[in-house]
Write a new protein. Sequence first.
Length: 134
Amino acid sequence: ETIVSNIKIKKINLDIAFKDIKQKFLNKKEKSTRINIKEIINSKNFEDLINGLRWVVEFDENGDCISFFNHSLNIAEEDFLFHSLAPYMENDSYIEYENETFIGNIKNIYKYKNFKVKHEVIKISNEEYNLSYF
């Protein structure tokens, strides 16, 4: 999995983003079984919440969030997370990653402008996976 991100969420917005996204997640009717709900409930800050959603964030010297990445092939709740971040993302931020699906390899691109997100999905291979393995 390849993840590239160039994002900025200002430190001043991290606490409200944390509270908003945590509440939205807890209110969701359907949640990924790959998420430990207790981690979300017990999260105390933005970084804890993002870690609970199976992602990792990096901060710059000012405390602004500048990067998202994932060490696992088992990502979860990424569409929910990346759409929920839109009101807090600075213009021209983006996150893109490749992953394998049952229809082949795809690239997801989330681009942020004016506190909105545009999500693009690009198929990058036609190799289909044998679902009998799953």
